[in-house]
Design a protein around this ligand. Structure first.
Ligand SMILES: Cc1cc2nc3c(=O)[nH]c(=O)nc-3n(C[C@H](O)[C@H](O)[C@H](O)COP(=O)(O)O)c2cc1C
Length: 172
């Protein structure tokens, strides 16, 4: 039963770009972000950082982004900046970035299981100094996602995936 349930969740999670207006309740966010720390993580460095944007932080980010970006930042009622703290060691940083990406996926999948819509976005604004400053990113942090969360407004079509035979090899 567990396999069928996780397979159903993995297959049915979609990237949503339209959301209802109600913010995700704090208790639900706490639940999702607690789960995130169970992502696989070599040496258990716990490199991820999550910043849930409040109204003032959102306003700062919008001011840093200009009109076009500001409108995009209003699509979802709840936004979470996810970053990875880099150590400067190339191998560890690569692995920590992978671990943080896995943590983002945990949040998206768990949100989907809670009936929420999600979107993993990587806006250019968060790579620029003004956007980074607006949400208090430190120099050693690399942005991995701006997770959008909120109520779903309807189903989304699934982009076609290639069959596994295109990308799986069993070596001798
Ligand atoms: C690292 C990463 C960054 C992404 N950044 C963006 C983005 O900036 N804009 C966007 O439209 N989608 C972004 N996506 C979402 C993908 O476009 C989406 O997952 C893909 O189209 C497959 O759709 P699905 O999630 O519904 O299966 C990102 C996904 C990942 C993993």
């Amino acid at each position: 039963m567990e396999f069928e349930e996780i397979a159903r969740l993995v297959r049915s999670r979609r990237t949503h770009k339209a959301f209802g207006r109600d913010p995700v309740p704090r208790e639900t966010l706490d639940e999702l972000l607690e789960l995130a720390r169970w992502a696989p993580n070599h040496h258990v460095t716990e490199p991820w950082r999550f910043r849930v944007l409040g109204p003032a932080a959102l306003a700062r980010l919008q001011a840093a982004g200009g009109r076009n970006e500001a409108a995009k930042l209003e699509r979802a009622p709840t936004l979470v900046v996810v970053s990875c703290v880099l150590s400067g060691d190339a191998v560890q940083d690569e692995e920590d970035l992978h671990a943080t990406a896995a943590a983002v996926y945990v949040v998206l999948l768990a949100a989907h299981a809670r009936g929420l819509a999600g979107y993993w976005r990587t806006p250019g604004l968060l790579r620029r100094p003004e956007g980074r400053a607006a949400v208090g990113l430190r120099a050693e942090e690399r942005v991995v996602a701006l997770i959008h969360l909120g109520p779903a407004t309807g189903p989304r079509p699934a982009p076609v995936r290639r069959p596994p035979t295109d990308f799986v090899e069993y070596l001798d």
